[in-house]
Design a protein around this ligand. Structure first.
Ligand SMILES: NC(=O)c1ccc[n+]([C@@H]2O[C@H](COP(=O)([O-])OP(=O)(O)OC[C@H]3O[C@@H](n4cnc5c(N)ncnc54)[C@H](O)[C@@H]3O)[C@@H](O)[C@H]2O)c1
Length: 211
């Protein structure tokens, strides 16, 4: 298993904890994504599974879509939206035996959250479009849309009163944890989900109920 990030310390620690390898990767940079794919192929011969989780989230600028500095917006979208496309483009030629991709969306796609939410709307669209383009190659593409999850990034980015308010309004009134997402992610990556593609699954305590 290969862990890719721009945060070397955290990326290495995760890779070590799962007995995997860390490859520094900027998901916004096509050359960096290609180098990541090459490193996986070097190790294992091919690529089976890809989780596009990277995003600018912890410590992100809090601003409006209408006023956020243009340079920041462009960089944000290059990572949070184009990053998933870029890494998928680098990896899919090596998914020679078919495979599965899981993109990390968010309930922010259906709620007001400015440019962060806009990028997640894009992730949902990307998931649907790529599912069609890659289905013929036996590659499934799905997304998970988590609700509020208790990570360091949420704690540093969202004021506690705001989190308490959001959690208080959930049908299931507790803060989600990263563990809440594991089952859905493993299911979507597994053969159990072999006839599921192009879908966005909310794992969110009922924050967004879609018809
Ligand atoms: N925590 C939540 O409540 C929540 C809810 C819904 C969705 N999400 C999504 O889940 C994912 C993880 O969130 P998190 O809470 O762990 O936040 P986080 O900020 O800790 O995780 C994002 C990771 O992406 C990495 N990253 C940033 N820019 C990068 C780049 N250019 N190339 C490669 N890696 C880069 C960061 O270093 C970090 O490790 C994100 O996509 C986030 O949008 C989080």
């Amino acid at each position: 298993m290969v862990v890719a990030d721009v945060n070397d310390e955290a990326g290495r620690a995760v890779a070590e904890s799962i007995g995997g390898r860390y490859v520094r990767t900027d998901v916004a940079d096509p050359e960096s994504a290609s180098a990541l794919a090459a490193a996986v192929v070097d190790d294992r011969g091919s690529i089976d599974l890809l989780v596009n989780n990277a995003a600018i989230y912890g410590g992100m600028k809090l601003d409006f879509l209408i006023t956020v500095p243009w340079d920041y917006y462009k960089k944000f979208m290059a990572v949070n939206l184009d990053g998933a496309l870029n890494v998928t483009r680098a990896c899919y030629p090596h998914m020679t035996g078919g495979g599965a991709v899981v993109n990390q969306s968010s309930t922010a796609a259906w709620l007001y959250s400015g440019f962060y939410g806009l990028a997640k709307v894009g992730i949902n669209g990307l998931t649907q479009q790529l599912a069609v383009e890659l289905g013929g190659q036996g590659i499934r593409v799905n997304a998970i849309a988590p609700g509020p999850i208790d990570t360091e990034a949420t704690r540093s980015t969202t004021p506690k009163e705001m989190v308490d308010d959001i959690v208080g309004k959930l049908p299931i009134k507790r803060f989600g944890t990263p563990d809440d997402l594991v089952g859905m992610c493993l299911f979507l990556l597994s053969d159990e989900a072999s006839w599921i593609t192009g879908q966005i699954f909310n794992v969110d305590g009922g924050q967004v109920i879609r018809s």
